[in-house]
Design a protein. Sequence first.
Length: 236
Amino acid sequence: MPELVQRGEDLILPCSDPAVTLTPGYRRYLVGLDIAQSIDANAFAIILDERVPQWTTYAQELGPRRREIVRAERIPQMAYTELAQVVRNLMMQEPLASTGYLVVDAGGPGRAFADLLDARSVRNTRMQIVGGDNESETKERGRTFNNVGKNMLLGSLNSALHTGDLRIGNFPMRAELQHELESFEASIGASGRMKIEGGTKAGHADIAMAAAMAYWLSDHRSVGAHIGAAPLRGYW
């Protein structure tokens, strides 16, 4: 049986039989970057997203979708110019250079940071985390800003973890991420709106927020929402 071949982010099961229709899958990596605010650290989380083609008796079909957090780290506070270089170096590493997608917290000072990434040819999707449960888009200077409600962002992450749509892999900061996830609490304010807050002594749930951003990106059209539609992205 021929081995699986990866071409860019496409996963292909080769077959010499012209009667067989190849059903390509994909493997990509989503990187969420949460920018430091005041005493927080910068943080990123990486999600592996894949569907692997497999053989049935006479044909090919796609296996179940797998999304798993495979890496998460904090980055100490530093000048944005230095942070942009760190992120550029991260996105130049394989497999991110070939199959990686980056979403950046571009709210407030994050706008200037996203411009620094653009200047270094690091492709990125810009997110602004706002209050509420809604999602919208705005455009400025030809760039799209995705305005995503914090409740929506964290609610989607929570649901995915409970249903098994997203799993937490084994990596050095796994326990810290789980601790952050367990720290979130929902409260209802005087206006009747729900508010979700969390954090630990190490930070304001920055790793969990980065993971939530990466999970949001996994279903966003900028990464090709369905198989075969996305060009190679990352840094080049």
